[in-house]
Design a protein around this ligand. Structure first.
Ligand code: ZN
Ligand code: ZN
Length: 302
């Protein structure tokens, strides 16, 4: 049965990836997703060169766990991987086939936030999942989520100070200010920038390994990440093409900051594509707070 499923998965990979290999290459080049190109290489076994990269990607965002870590670094298709792909598809509203179809690959290669969608087995994007402790508060029109155990700022702490790491790029200051103003206007929180430590929140640009066990991956892939309350750190990946506004091929610093501030305040990822807390963002656009995001903060701090 497992072999049959593996073959089914493989045949779909071959059938569906070949025609789109070129477009995927254009979509993701240069990026940490070059392995996608390898997935179309023919194989007589259930091994696909580069599949370990997909496994590691799914592990990074919480979808895949093996008791035996060596399975993570081989290129073999297995039931765990298929199940992880299904969960990923459910989170992104893709038909949950467990197959690597074109839609799934396009989603996998989209630039995104580095905060995992599943944290310690808790799927932050599935609020109405019966396995999810949040399922008691089912509200079918809301999709916002929180981190496990709902970390948040103390109720007395409605004013938060922030600062940028010294020598941060000068053109980020106005973008970050503007992002905090958006949350300021829509929530109980107010924010002010301070020049020197201490501050509640700290924003900076970092490349690759930067001391928090969550290294950035160079251009493409992960754009930024931030920590749940009351940590306060918000990190941009310095290797991205950061811009102000909707510039083709660039990522708007304000838009990404609005998303990451959501994490600083305690929001998890939302499967609602119109929410700022949706995990992926294409280049060349700007986006603001959605209704779902504001409802989320109101619910977390009610
Ligand atoms: Zn995020
Ligand atoms: Zn970091």
């Amino acid at each position: 049965m497992a072999i049959l499923k593996a073959l089914q998965l493989l045949s779909l990979i071959f059938i569906q990836i070949c025609p789109i290999a070129h477009s995927i290459r254009e979509l993701s080049d240069p990026s940490p997703f070059e392995f996608v190109d390898n997935l179309h290489e023919s194989s007589e076994s259930n091994s696909i060169e580069g599949l370990n990269k997909l496994k590691n990607y799914l592990k990074q965002f919480g979808y895949l766990n093996y008791e035996d870590e060596t399975l993570l670094n081989d290129d073999l298709v297995d039931a765990n991987l298929e199940s992880a792909i299904k969960t990923y598809q459910e989170n992104f509203n893709i038909n949950a086939t467990g197959m690597l179809d074109a839609t799934t690959i396009a989603q996998l290669t989209a630039p995104r936030c580095g905060v995992p969608d599943i944290i310690n087995g808790y799927n932050t994007m599935l609020r109405n999942n019966s396995h999810n402790p949040m399922s008691k508060s089912i509200n079918i029109v809301s999709h916002y989520t929180f981190f496990p155990n709902r970390p948040r700022w103390p109720s007395s702490k409605t004013h938060l100070t922030y600062r940028l790491v010294p020598n941060s790029r000068a053109d980020a200051v106005a973008a970050v200010d503007s992002a905090f103003k958006k949350w300021d206007a829509a929530t109980r929180f107010s924010f002010s920038r301070v020049a020197k430590a201490p501050s509640d929140l700290l924003v900076g640009f970092f490349s690759r390994n930067h001391g928090d066990e969550d290294p950035f991956d160079g251009k493409g892939g992960v754009l930024a990440h931030a920590f749940a309350p009351t940590d306060g750190r918000l990190h941009y990946d310095a290797d991205e093409n950061w811009v102000n506004g909707a510039v083709p091929g660039g990522f708007d610093m304000e838009t990404v900051a609005i998303h990451e501030i959501g994490h600083l305040l305690g929001l998890g990822h939302s499967p609602d594509q119109s929410a700022i807390m949706y995990p992926t963002i294409p280049p060349g656009i700007t986006k603001g707070l959605g209704k779902d995001d504001i409802k989320g903060i109101e619910a977390l701090y009610a």
